[in-house]
Design a binder for this molecule. Structure first.
Ligand code: NAP
Length: 299
C-alpha cells in the first residue's frame, strides 16, 4: 500500500494558473490586434450558489483582461424573453462568449436555451453542435469546461491516459457524458478505455476497483471510499455537495464525491476538493472565450 503523504495531490489551482498564463498570452495577441475578448453571463434568479459561481468567473475574467458583463433576469422571466436576450447577445460583436448559468428555473426549457445560443459563442460547450463535434472528435468545437478541465488536469500532471481503464461515475450531460466522450477519442490526452457508470449500474464498486483512473461526478457526498479504489489509481473528484456540519460557519460545508481522508493514502494521485477540478473549470471557460474571440476575427 502507498505511504500516506501529500505528494500525491494534484494541485488544480497551480495547473489552472498554467492554463491562465497561456490564455493571457492569447489575449495579449488579440489586444495587440485591437480585439478584447468579451464574455456575457446570464443568471436567472438569485440562487446563492449561482451568484457565487458567476462572481468567481467575473473576477477571473477581470484578472485576465476579458471584458465580462452579467445580466440578471428575474426568476419569473418568460422563456421567450430569455431567448430573445440570448439572440441579442449572439448578434453583439463585442461579446464572443455567452454563459447561461445553471440551474435554470423549472419553467425554462434548458434545451431551448442551448439551441438558441450561437455555437460559435457557446463557450460552455452545451450546444448540440458542440456536443456533436465532441462525440465525432472534431476539434473545431468547444468542449464543456469541466470535462476539458479534467482532461487538462490529467495531462498536465503526467497521468498516462492512453490505454488506461477509466471509470466515470455519473452520466450527467454537464460532466459525465461529455467527459466519457472526450477521454475515449483517438487523440492526445485520451485513447482511454472508458466505462460510464450511473445509478442503474450493477456492481458499481467492482467497476471502480478496475479503474486506473476513477472520476467521480455524481453529486453524492463521499460516495467513493477506499475499498472501491485500486491502490495506486488516480482519483479525480468532480462532485460539489453541501452537507450539514454544526461546527462549520453557517452550519454546513462543501464536500466532494470522494471520501478524501480514506482514499488519499491508497491513491496514486488524487485531486483535493476544493482546489482540484473547480479552478480548472474556470480556466477552461476563459481559454474557450479567448479562442472564441480569436475565431470570430479569423485569427
Ligand atoms: P447530474 O446531471 O445530476 O448527474 C449525476 C449522475 O450521477 C447521474 O448520472 C446519476 O445517475 C449518477 N448518480 C448519482 N448518485 C449516484 C449513485 N449513488 N450511484 C450511481 N450513480 C449515481 O450531475 P452533474 O451536473 O453531472 O454534476 C455532477 C457533480 O459534479 C455534482 O456534484 C456537481 O455539483 C459537480 N460539478 C462540479 C463542477 C466543478 O467545476 N467542480 C462542475 C459541474 C458539476 P442516473 O443518471 O442514473 O440518475
Amino acid at each position: 500500500m502507498a505511504t500516506v503523504t501529500s505528494d500525491n495531490l494534484i494541485d488544480g489551482r497551480a495547473l489552472a494558473e498554467e492554463v491562465h498564463q497561456e490564455t493571457r498570452e492569447t489575449i495579449a495577441r488579440l489586444l495587440a490586434q485591437g480585439l478584447q475578448p468579451g464574455l456575457a453571463f446570464i443568471r436567472v434568479g438569485e440562487d446563492p450558489a449561482s451568484r457565487v459561481y458567476v462572481g468567481m468567473k467575473e473576477k477571473a475574467c477581470a484578472r485576465l483582461g476579458i471584458k465580462s458583463r452579467t445580466e440578471v433576469l428575474p426568476e419569473t422571466v418568460e422563456q421567450r424573453d430569455l431567448l430573445r436576450r440570448i439572440s441579442e447577445l449572439n448578434a453583439d460583436p463585442t461579446i464572443h462568449g455567452i454563459l447561461v448559468q445553471a440551474p435554470l428555473p423549472c419553467h425554462i426549457d434548458s434545451a431551448a436555451v442551448f439551441n438558441t445560443l450561437s455555437p460559435r459563442k457557446d463557450v460552455d460547450g452545451f450546444h448540440p453542435v458542440n456536443m456533436g463535434r465532441l462525440l465525432l472528435g472534431d476539434p473545431g468545437g468547444f468542449v464543456p469546461c469541466t470535462p476539458a478541465g479534467v482532461q487538462q488536469l490529467l495531462l498536465r500532471s503526467g497521468v498516462p491516459v492512453a490505454g488506461a481503464e477509466v471509470v466515470v461515475l455519473g452520466r450527467g450531460n454537464i460532466v459525465g457524458k461529455p467527459l466519457a466522450a472526450l477521454l475515449l477519442q483517438k487523440a492526445t490526452g485520451a485513447d482511454a478505455t472508458v466505462t460510464l457508470c450511473h445509478s442503474r449500474s450493477r456492481n458499481l464498486a467492482g467497476h471502480c476497483r478496475r479503474a486506473d483512473i476513477l472520476i467521480a461526478a455524481m453529486g453524492s457526498p463521499r460516495f467513493v471510499t477506499a475499498s472501491m479504489v485500486k491502490p495506486g489509481a488516480v482519483v479525480v473528484d468532480v462532485g460539489v455537495n453541501r452537507v450539514e456540519d454544526a461546527s462549520a460557519p453557517g452550519g454546513s460545508r462543501l464536500v466532494g464525491d470522494v471520501d478524501f481522508e480514506g482514499v488519499q493514502p491508497i491513491a496514486g494521485k488524487i485531486t483535493p476538493n476544493p482546489g482540484g477540478v473547480g479552478p480548472m473549470t474556470i480556466a477552461m471557460l476563459l481559454s474557450n472565450t479567448a479562442r472564441a474571440a480569436a475565431l470570430s476575427a479569423g485569427l
